[in-house]
Design a protein around this ligand. Structure first.
Ligand code: FAD
Ligand code: NAI
Length: 465
């Protein structure tokens, strides 16, 4: 890095940025990572994946005890909610993991530049009043909550909150209204419902979980309604007023029509996230954004400006931690002159509700739009392990090319769908056919046998239905 301070400077230490920095250092490149937060790990570790899963896991136990699932197995308990301890273990989980990334930075000799980075030119940024130069700069600044006009978030006040505020509530709300029937709304809505809140989800579209397979969306809607979540589909929120500790929302049919009021103790705004590019000084390097405010790259994650790369939530594609991580590894390998590739056709996505909802590859609708397909479905109710564990909800659906039998997509609603989807992703990465899955020996009794049976159903011959 003769003429530069560093070979690689990464902006942002989320799952994209910190992984890119560690891999670059492992490949022998002199590496720094700028992060303005107090702790490393980005959205995912600090206010996203990890704290939400800490609360999902704990609230699932609470509901199993409170809601009769444990009693059905002969374990009678009367649970008492100690929310302060539950929140404490969330904070501990985050602390442990963000500290772990700091340890990995030291171990791999990645310099953490504390502060907000701004471009001065394509090879230099200013961080905390200092100019730092690098041969390669990777933008991994992530995303933040999309604001909803007329519904101002104030996490400190705790009435209208975003996901960060909804993770930190110190009291179970009487009525939680979630705006947006997407991943955040359903996960955090589930947490507070399990702990005793009445939850209403207001969704603009005619169904929750846009982007997922339509069978899955329908099944998820049915299951969440059974659990007590109320859905107001095809409805928009046009305004909100806060008086003391209560909010009143104005709702209208999405297509327009008569307005109505809805009262809430807490309102969670979760209508999506947008790329973080403000204040980066992209104008200084002549880098334009696309129509959605994202940075475009080529297949190698290089931007149009030589020496400047971008990965993670700030570029197009699903806003997922594992997608960002894989891009982080790939960009470091490309910078080092190796071949770093991410197969964007095979990125699993998981909603960590109960049951979990997972998918990889094409939806049935998207696959049909491309050609002729065969579909195999297997209900979890017919899976011996799920049935034994009192987890009968859901199904596995395998979509294969009608001609070649190659697997195009797999969708799972099941208690452990997030774990089961890994084998589907692996099979698809290896170009498997449904027959390959059907003739792979699966351990019994496991939930994963349902994947094998759904693959057998593609071929027309499952055993257990
Ligand atoms: P980020 O994690 O957003 O990190 C970017 C970092 O860059 C931030 O720390 C920011 O402070 C820093 N930064 C920005 N600009 C600058 C600058 N100019 N200078 C210095 N630093 C800067 N994904 C999953 O896969 N699974 C999940 O279960 C999951 N759960 C989620 C739950 C919630 C509530 C939320 C909000 C998100 C969740 N996500 C989940 C999405 C996941 O968090 C993101 O996809 C992931 O964090 C993106 O990683 P990233 O590295 O691109 O950006
Ligand atoms: P999302 O894109 O998943 O869902 C937003 C929902 O809000 C959509 O259903 C959309 O139709 C609806 N919507 C948009 N505008 C609206 C309006 N004005 N009124 C009512 N509804 C409206 O976004 P979400 O839930 O905010 O999550 C953001 C991102 O974080 C997601 O892209 C997801 O990838 C990531 N994430 C991932 C998780 C996981 O992998 N388990 C968990 C949480 C978040």
């Amino acid at each position: 890095a003769d003429q530069f301070d560093y070979d690689v400077l990464v902006i942002g230490a989320g799952p994209g940025g910190y992984v890119a920095a560690i891999r670059a250092a492992q490949l022998g490149l002199k590496t720094a990572c700028a992060e303005s937060r107090e702790t490393l790990g980005g959205t995912c570790l600090n206010v996203g994946c990890i704290p939400s899963k800490a609360l999902l896991h704990a609230s699932e136990y609470f509901e199993a005890a409170a809601g009769g699932k444990m009693a059905a197995m002969g374990i009678k308990v009367k649970p008492e909610l100690d929310l302060a301890t539950m929140q404490g273990q969330r904070v501990d989980a985050v602390k442990g993991l963000t500290g772990g990334v700091e340890f990995l930075f030291r171990k791999n000799k990645v310099d953490w530049l504390k502060g907000l980075a701004t471009f001065k030119d394509a090879h230099s940024v200013e961080v905390a009043g200092k100019t730092v130069t690098a041969k390669n700069i990777v933008i991994a600044t992530g995303s933040s909550v999309t604001p909803l006009p007329g519904v101002a978030v104030d996490n400190a006040k705790g009435v209208i909150v975003d996901s960060t505020g909804a993770l930190e509530l110190d009291k179970v709300p009487g009525h939680l209204v979630v705006i947006g029937g997407g991943v955040i709304g359903l996960e955090l809505g589930s947490v507070w419902r399990r702990l005793g809140a009445k939850v209403t989800v207001v969704e603009y579209l005619d169904q929750i979980l846009p982007g997922m397979d339509s069978d899955v969306r329908k099944e998820a809607n049915k299951i969440f309604r059974k659990q007590g979540i109320e859905f107001r589909l095809e409805t928009k929120v046009t305004g909100a007023t806060v008086k003391g500790k209560k909010a009143t929302l104005t709702l209208e049919p999405a297509a327009g029509g008569e307005a109505e009021k809805l009262e809430a103790d807490v309102v969670l705004v979760a209508i999506g996230r947008r790329a973080n590019t403000e204040g980066l000084g992209l104008d200084k390097i002549g880098l334009a954004l696309n129509q959605r405010g994202q940075i475009e790259t080529d297949h190698d994650f290089a931007t149009k400006v030589p020496g400047v790369w971008a990965i993670g939530d700030v570029i197009p594609g699903p806003m997922l931690a594992h997608k960002a991580e894989d891009e982080g590894i790939a960009v470091a390998e490309n910078i080092a002159g190796l071949t770093g590739i991410v197969n964007h056709d095979v990125i699993p996505s998981v909603v960590y509700t109960q049951p979990e909802i997972a998918g990889v590859g094409l939806t049935e609708e998207a696959a049909k739009a491309k050609g002729s397909v065969k579909v195999g479905k297997f209900p979890m109710l017919a899976n011996s392990r799920a049935k034994t564990n009192h987890e009968p909800d859901g199904f596995v659906k395998v979509i294969a090319d009608a001609e070649t039998d190659r697997v195009l997509g797999v969708w799972i609603v099941a208690s452990v769908a997030g774990t089961m989807i890994a084998q589907a992703a692996q099979a698809m990465e290896f170009g498997a056919t449904s027959e390959d899955i059907a003739y792979t020996c699966h351990a019994h009794p496991t939930h994963s046998e349902a994947v094998k049976e759904a693959a057998m159903a593609v071929l027309g011959k499952p055993i257990h239905v």
